[in-house]
Design a binder for this molecule. Structure first.
Ligand SMILES: Cc1ncc(COP(=O)(O)O)c(C=O)c1O
Length: 410
């Protein structure tokens, strides 16, 4: 059984205390990016110190070694999400870039329709607005039901035989809501539409099997799952990679080039033009190793326990309003909230000042969702495998102090 206190020892930032008052660092901004364990930092350093060479471009030892490690990282990521092989895994910068690869890779036709939802992060919305502007496709939005859930009946109404793509978030970065992506894939596929799942907040936090979900594309970020920044992945279902156009052209993504035309390289390299983020990719592999060692079932169970406890404590604080499902089975470890009488930025600053607690505040890149909820912004605490019940207590105690002692008395 993994031990959260042992896990914490691997994270250098969790060993630090604030210089001015010796308070430990409480990191509850995991939905934005995660902390990195020593094992990942060391894998990146090791590449620069021992194998720093370009990949797929040299017959010398260093290049061979770097290529081997970089390819192995694709294999690890493939296995982590239940992909059939590493040919289905393209390394990209982040979730945003992965989604843009799909937006620019599909040969859009006049009359095509894209169905997405009001729950999306801007990165799964703005690319479709650009596609609409460029290619004249129609964009439709699934509304919310019972405040925190997608209205699946509305989705069924919106998907027609003209729907080319359904783009949906797996776990909301504001509400925590886990959407029924398997069911959505079935509905979409019945109409011949493709499905892109935004897994930025699900892949790091729960066991994922793309074959079970049945999606065509899955986008996720390495930096939200213990990996370095600047690396993420796009899963492209077997058979689709041949149809999708490469977004970028250049070195390594080609097999043969003449002045007239080029032939694309085999998958996944067709989509990785130019020198990639080699160190980041190798670090991503180390992050996946770490998560597999801990076990994703445990990560999910641990976060459920923390979230259940935090939701209960927060519900007891007068003036605190929480957004998102109560049922722990239907949500992840992201809790958006507001404190009456405070701007969320003030709440975040007070938590930081008083107890060295980091949370996020603002719109969380989900402005339409905030509009749909009828709120102008929110604060957000989000948990990961290294957070503890004691940290949740400190967060809730401080929130209570802010709400009771520092807030308005209305
Ligand atoms: C649900 C969701 N989708 C997409 C993204 C974008 O991720 P990135 O900034 O790594 O591209 C985020 C980041 O917070 C997210 O939470």
């Amino acid at each position: 059984m993994p031990d959260v206190y042992k896990i914490r020892e691997d994270f250098p930032l969790l060993q630090r205390v604030r210089k001015t008052d010796g308070k430990p660092f409480v990191y509850l901004d995991n939905a934005a990016t995660s902390l990195k364990p020593r094992q990942v930092i060391e894998a990146v350093i090791e590449y620069y110190e021992k194998y720093c060479a370009n990949i797929h471009r040299g017959v010398h030892y260093l290049s061979q070694k770097a290529s081997e490690l970089y390819e192995e990282a694709h294999e690890k990521v493939a296995k982590f999400i239940g992909a059939r092989s590493m040919e289905e895994i393209v390394f990209v910068k982040n979730t945003t870039e992965a989604i843009n690869y799909v937006a620019y890779g599909i040969d859009w036709k006049p009359g095509d329709e894209i169905v997405t939802t009001v729950m999306e992060h801007h990165s799964n919305l703005v690319p479709w607005q650009i596609v609409r502007g460029k290619f004249g496709v129609k964009l439709k939005f699934v509304r919310l039901r019972d405040r925190w859930f997608l209205d699946i009946e509305h989705l069924e109404e919106l998907i027609t035989d003209r729907t080319r793509l359904v783009a949906v978030v797996h776990a909301s970065n504001v509400l925590g809501t886990i959407n029924p992506v398997e069911e959505i894939c079935k509905i979409a596929h019945d109409h011949g539409a493709l499905v892109l799942v935004d897994g930025a907040q699900s892949v790091p936090h729960m066991p994922i099997d793309v074959k079970k979900i049945g999606c065509d594309f899955l986008a996720f970020s390495g930096h939200k799952m213990l990996g370095p920044t600047g690396i993420g992945a796009l899963y492209i279902r077997e058979g689709l990679g041949e149809e999708l156009n490469p977004t970028f052209g250049g070195g390594d993504m080609i097999r043969r080039v003449t002045l007239e035309k080029s032939e694309w390289n085999v998958l996944p390299w067709k989509f990785e033009a130019g020198t990639p983020n080699i160190a980041g990719g190798i670090g991503f592999g180390a992050a996946v190793d770490y998560l597999r060692r801990v076990g994703m079932e445990w990560v999910r169970a641990h976060e459920k326990e923390l979230t259940r406890y935090a939701l209960k404590r927060m519900s007891e604080i007068p003036g605190v309003e929480v957004y998102g499902p109560e049922d722990i089975e239907k949500r992840g470890g992201v809790i958006a909230f507001n404190v009456r009488g405070f701007d969320p930025h003030e709440v975040a600053m007070l938590l930081d000042d008083l107890e060295n607690i980091a949370i996020r505040s603002g719109l969380h890149c989900a402005e339409p969702l905030h509009n749909a909820l009828g709120i102008s912004s929110s604060a957000r605490a989000s948990f990961y495998l290294y957070n503890t019940k004691e940290e949740v207590d400190l967060f809730c105690d401080t929130l209570e102090k802010i709400a009771r002692e520092l807030g308005s008395t209305e």
